[in-house]
Design a protein. Structure first.
Lengths: 770, 276, 172
């Protein structure tokens, strides 16, 4: 749907693509810069045990190995004055600090213990094998339950607990919450740990100039945040640090800020007076890049037999891994979104975040909100099943009715606009829900091996949150050059989303400059010192709005100059976007091109757009699976979605975001999981073991369009980036359970692996094989 | 991610390869497609001092009929086995199995000899050779010997192939419409969570022979099932015995009882002639 | 050190390399052809895919010495001298078959090889043909569309030259 006949709303191909397709993107490992000439290479020695005291580190053999320039341990960093990193928020247990290199204790398999620096890359892998670490193994706190019970001890003796922080108040819980409910169902469910696993692993390069400034090329989701993290870890001043963001090969929440290895790379470069490069292997990536999700949830839902929901409670335990990171605070977002799109008269939620001897947990596409949606939609289906009401009817009965004025929930979330029922009906119609039910009934009557399951999810989620007082905001700078080109500076940080194209579209729409003549820049802290980066699906609604706003303000500035040039008053001028020129009303020959107004003085505007608050995209997903009831294997056949994120600027790119989110969400439901054994040893730390989704496991997706604009920005846009991953997970999980519900199955934890499905079927049948 | 250092020699004939093996002994490994060996070397589970490249020895590659058998050279790639018109006619189960190995890129490099020498109990070709009742030809300092598939695999990643020997060819019986006994029915089942994985359990049926993957330290014959079939039991019943005599391991994909259950289901489907 | 002589994107190269040098690193670091990427360490993800004598291989699991006397084609080599992209590259652009781009060169090479062997694949055959190439961004939907579109274009007219990079603003 094109807006006002403009380029906005049309399927513009990405201007970024020819480079990516031919010579390839320039990711951190590809960067060739004269400042990095002669760079040395870092390789890390990592803990092979989950929990141990470090008795000693013998680097003598490594130091003798070919090409080794240095070997450093925690002692070297401490001697240099580097301090451990404290948990990022004040409510987190501040005794749970992380040294950049493990000092007296290692707390997860993969934790960096030492770093070996070599002349050539290949020499590094040889040399790390020669570092000998002597461990005194301690019991591993392998699970959240062990963390809470204390049966395996404490990760941080000084903390006197394994609890990082809590949200909500369990003691304020209402024991009579489900009073008056004819039907009450309760279940403990897992929102399992997954690995973000972007195709580009972590890497970095650093060089110090003779001026004492650090320039570091670090893949990230916001260079400004990365700069702050490096400054903090190394005790540097802002003027001494420049972060340059190369092309980033996917992030999904796991590349915010900077990790210990990035800081160590920068430090080594200064220590040796020589540029330094680091690149991790996929195994290291699956061991150390923060994992996602990892919540255990006790859900209880109650209502009347006709399918009306009266009460809902969710009790959360969040696994933070060994060191508290973003994962520790994500339950607060889960709690915020507790009721989802449903009207639930009485609801309560609380959470406890704990450390375990596993990989730290961070943000992963959806970050706290998929957990809320998966819980409430599982609860809705459990309730529907117990009440004997069709899950679609339960949703119809309990979805909040359409609203155009903001609606604040009991949990304090102010939903800006929503029409959840319409999303549900559109998705059901597109999926031919009735036809699917008929097919399912037929197969059940035939009793064949391959049964059909239909799963629903109706979700709402929060995007574009702001951390600063005064509301969520982002800056944008637009400059028009005398040669007719334009440059845009943005505080967002794309890593596949296409901001180069869409921001250019927004500027083009205002200024009439063709998009091929517009260059968008981001991610260089010298060029863009302030910015919120890209995450939480904030970029278009804040960064895009800022760029549009800057363009409009630039026209105002230009108008004044044009008025002077043409010796008329500004009110007598009109701007023709087709010509990108001002002309006098009624006298088209009296005109001046926009670019000409940049000749004597630079023509640029920096503008900050502030939104009244976060926005709330919503939708419904319908998933169709086939389950082989003999083996338990799940085949995902269809995913039909409505993902309403307001006005769409570029449908081609919006669809791509939905596809990617749906795939990741579905993958969590039936395929992917990070697994540890009872000693905290990881079992899924390679791509051969981690069941990463391939093209054969998913179908093509069926997307239905729906746009309910928001009033919170002139674009009418909410955030689309994470919606797909929020709706798909519960839809697919519900579908799998639905496929075997006639056999008596009411719940199967994610991922619904073949063995889990088989065991559920057997348990329901009361078979001895279970 | 990268192998430890090694020396590299190129063999220009089978005799040359054997001479190099004799010279370097246990320090040397043969390299054909390298898609079993190089992944192990990259994670340093294998660190041979010398690699002897046999991929260029043309006499070791090729597919031809020899009487009642089809002979396949050891360095014939999976892609060529899979697309072979001759094999699709004469031993379609082998062509089918080769198509299941890994992914297209892997099949452009990996070889039948390499796969059998690697002796992975979860792999496609060892199980299939067992079902076919094929023969593996080995050449060493003492000459050439033929080892039945039943006798070739001795343990996880272990076979009778000696460190100074070269696997030169694989022989399988002809089972197409023009063969002496006519078309031999076959079926193939590879159970995975995700494409490109090794089988959680695999089953291959060829005539009255049934072989399993991932049910023990080597590919195994489902002998109890075969016996039952010989005594006239229907497929359903015979398949119920598929797990007898097996010793499957467990991992996070599958416990022992689930593997045993899968063996029964997959053998039944393979015996029904299904290949999917 | 071992001497190798091979053709890369049509040009002859002679070099002395360590036997353990992986082909991916030879291409990237010795020859500066950095489109292909390293995405894993278990020959799983395919980000390193190039063509060896016209067939797709994972260059992380091929030694540079194994490519001696052979011909290698990378994504850079699919672009004509006048800058025109191949039909497959073109189709990826037109169908939004890439987002972050990290898997893309490998995906393009795998697709090129796939279509050379099977010019008229079904959707299922495309998905199976790409099972050795992982993508995290696109959910594979538009990648499959791109490959099917390229197949249609290529089989529509085998004499049709690769088209110029189109003006932006073309609606899909």
């Amino acid at each position: 749907m094109s807006i006002r006949g403009s380029i906005l709303g049309t399927r513009v191909l990405r201007t970024e693509d020819p480079g990516f397709l031919s010579t390839g993107g320039v990711y951190a490992d590809d960067v060739q810069d004269e400042r990095l000439a002669g760079a040395c290479y870092l390789h890390f020695v990592r803990s092979t045990v989950a929990h141990a005291k470090i008795i000693g580190i013998d680097v003598s053999a490594a130091l003798e190995a070919p090409g080794v320039l240095a070997v450093y341990t925690a002692k070297d960093l401490a001697d240099a004055g580097l301090k451990p990193v404290s948990p990022m928020m004040p409510n987190m247990n501040q005794a749970m600090k992380q040294s950049l290199l493990a000092s007296d204790l290692v707390r997860f398999v993969g934790e960096p213990v030492a770093v070996v620096v070599t002349e050539e890359m290949y020499q590094g892998e040889d040399a790390i094998e020669l570092v000998d670490v002597d461990y005194d193994i301690l019991p591993a706190v392998a699970t959240m339950r062990q963390a809470l019970s204390g049966e395996r001890g404490l990760l941080f003796p000084d903390a006197e607990t394994n609890v990082v922080c809590t949200y909500g108040d369990a003691s304020a819980g209402n024991a009579d919450l489900f009073e008056g409910c004819e039907v009450v169902v309760s279940e403990v469910i897992q929102n399992q740990r997954v690995a973000p696993a972007p195709m580009e692993s972590r890497s970095g390069a650093a060089a110090w100039g003779e001026d004492g400034r650090l320039t570091a090329w670090i893949p990230n989701q916001g260079a400004q945040g990365t700069k702050g993290a490096i400054m903090g870890m190394l005790g540097l001043k802002p003027e001494d640090v420049r972060i340059i963001t190369p092309d980033v090969g996917g992030a999904f929440g796991a590349k915010f800020g900077a990790d210990a290895e990035h800081a160590v790379t920068c430090w080594v470069a200064r220590q040796l007076g020589r540029p330094a490069r680091w690149s991790e292997t996929r195994n290291e990536n699956l061991l150390v890049m923060p994992h996602g999700r990892a919540q255990e949830q006790k859900i209880t839902i109650g209502g009347t037999k006709d399918g009306t929901i009266l009460a809902y409670r969710i009790e959360i335990i969040q696994d933070c891994g060994a060191y508290p990171k973003a994962g520790a605070f994500l339950p607060s977002l889960t709690i915020l979104m507790t009721p989802g799109p449903y009207h639930i008269p009485r609801a309560e939620a609380w959470s406890t975040s704990v450390v375990t001897n596993t990989t730290p947990v961070g943000a992963y596409r959806g970050a706290g909100r998929p957990e809320a949606a998966a819980a409430v939609d599982r609860a809705v289906d459990l309730f529907a099943d117990a009440a004997g009401v069709d899950p679609a009817d339960v949703r119809r009965k309990n979805l909040l009715p359409k609203f155009t004025e903001p609606h604040t929930t009991a949990f304090g979330a102010k939903y800006d606009s929503g029409d959840y029922a319409a999303a549900l009906e559109k998705a059901l119609a597109a999926a031919d829900y009735q036809g699917l039910l008929a097919e399912q009934a037929k197969r059940r009557a035939n009793g064949g091996t391959l049964q059909l399951g239909i799963g629903l999810s109706s979700y709402v989620e929060i995007t574009g949150p702001g951390g600063e007082a005064g509301g969520p905001n982002e800056n944008g700078t637009v400059e028009v050059h005398p040669d007719g080109t334009a440059t845009v500076l943005t505080g967002t940080s794309p890593h596949g989303q296409g901001h180069q194209t869409v921001w250019a579209m927004l500027v083009s729409d205002e200024l009439g400059i063709p998009i091929e003549k517009i260059t968008v820049k981001w991610g260089d802290t010298d060029l863009v010192p302030k910015g919120g980066g890209t995450g939480g699906s904030r970029s278009l609604q804040l960064g895009g709005a800022a760029v549009q706003q800057a363009s409009r303000e630039l026209l105002d500035v230009a108008r004044e100059r044009a008025a002077e040039t043409l010796e008329v008053s500004a009110a007598d001028l009109e701007f023709d976007t087709e010509k990108s020129a001002f002309s006098v009303k009624g006298d088209p020959d009296a005109s001046v091109p926009l670019s000409a107004l940049a000749e004597s003085e630079r023509l640029f505007v920096r503008s900050v757009f502030t939104a009244p608050g976060p926005t709330f995209p919503f939708g419904t997903h319908v998933a169709v699976v086939e389950v082989d009831t003999e083996t338990g294997k799940v085949y995902l056949r269809r995913v039909v979605t409505v993902d309403d994120a307001g006005t769409v600027m570029n449908p081609l790119l919006a669809e791509g975001q939905r596809h990617g989110g749906i795939a990741q969400g579905a993958a969590q439901a039936f395929l992917e999981e990070v697994v540890y054994d009872d000693d905290g040893n990881p079992l899924t730390a390679t791509f051969a073991d981690y069941p990463f989704l391939s093209a054969t496991e998913v179908p093509s997706f069926e997307l239905v369009d729906m746009e309910t604009p928001t009033s919170y920005n002139p674009l009418g846009a909410k955030g689309i980036g994470e919606a797909g991953s929020i709706g798909a997970t519960p839809a697919v999980q519900n579908a799998v359970i639905d496929a075997v519900s006639h056999l008596g199955v009411t719940h199967i934890d994610m991922p619904t692996s073949p063995q889990r499905v088989w065991r559920a079927i057997n348990a329901a049948r009361g078979s001895k094989e279970a | 991610m990268i192998p430890a250092s090694f020396d590299y020699e190129v063999a220009d004939s089978a005799a040359h390869a054997l001479a190099l093996l004799a010279e370097h002994g246990e320090d040397a490994k043969l390299l054909a497609g390298g898609h079993s060996l190089l992944p192990m070397m990259k994670v340093r589970l294998a660190q041979p001092a010398v690699l002897i490249d046999i991929a260029r020895i043309t006499e070791l590659s090729g597919i031809a009929i020899d009487g009642d058998e089809v002979v396949i050279g050891a360095t014939t790639r999976h892609a060529d086995v899979a697309s072979s018109v001759l094999l699709k006619a004469e031993a379609p189960i082998l062509a089918y199995a080769a198509e299941q190995v890994g992914d297209p890129q892997i099949r452009h490099r990996g070889t039948i000899g390499g796969s059998l020498a690697h002796a992975d109990p979860s792999a496609d070709l060892p199980m299939t050779l067992l079902a076919l009742g094929g023969t593996i030809e080995i050449t060493g300092p003492a000459g050439t010997r033929a080892v039945a598939a039943d006798d070739f695999f001795t343990g996880p990643f272990e076979s009778v192939l000696g460190p100074d020997e070269l696997l030169t060819a694989v022989r399988v019986p002809r089972g197409g419409p023009d063969s002496p006994g006519g078309t031999v029915p076959w079926g193939y089942q590879k159970f995975v969570r995700r494409a490109n994985d090794w089988a959680i359990v695999g089953a291959a049926a060829y005539g009255g022979r049934v072989a399993l993957a991932s049910m023990g330290g080597t590919p195994l014959r489902a002998l109890a099932t075969e016996e039952a079939l010989k005594s006239g039991a229907p497929i359903d019943e015979a398949a119920q015995l598929a797990a007898e005599g097996t010793s499957p391991g467990y991992d996070f994909h599958a416990d022992v009882d689930y593997r045993e259950h899968l063996a029964r289901v997959l053998v039944k489907r393979a015996l029904e002639g299904k290949a999917d | 050190m071992t001497e190798i002589k091979l053709t890369v994107n049509g040009a002859t190269r002679s070099d002395e390399v360590e036997p353990r040098l992986l082909l991916i690193h030879y291409l990237r670091d010795s020859l500066g052809l950095r489109a292909a990427n390293v995405g894993c360490d278990t020959t799983s993800c395919g980000a390193c895919t190039v063509l060896l004598d016209g067939e797709s291989v994972k260059s992380c699991t091929v030694l540079a010495v194994q490519a001696n006397g052979r011909s290698v084609t990378t994504a850079e080599g699919l672009v004509a001298e006048d800058g025109a992209m191949s039909a497959v590259q073109q189709a990826f652009r037109e169908n939004h078959g890439l987002q972050c781009g990290f898997c893309t060169p490998g995906m393009v090479m795998a697709a090129t090889s796939l279509l050379a062997e099977n010019p008229h694949p079904t959707e299922q055959q495309v998905r199976e043909g790409l099972e050795g190439n992982f993508c995290r961004c696109t959910g594979y939907h538009n990648i499959v569309r791109s490959v099917l579109a390229a197949a249609g274009k290529l089989s529509g007219s085998s004499e049709m030259p690769a088209s110029e990079v189109p003006d932006s603003g073309v609606t899909a």
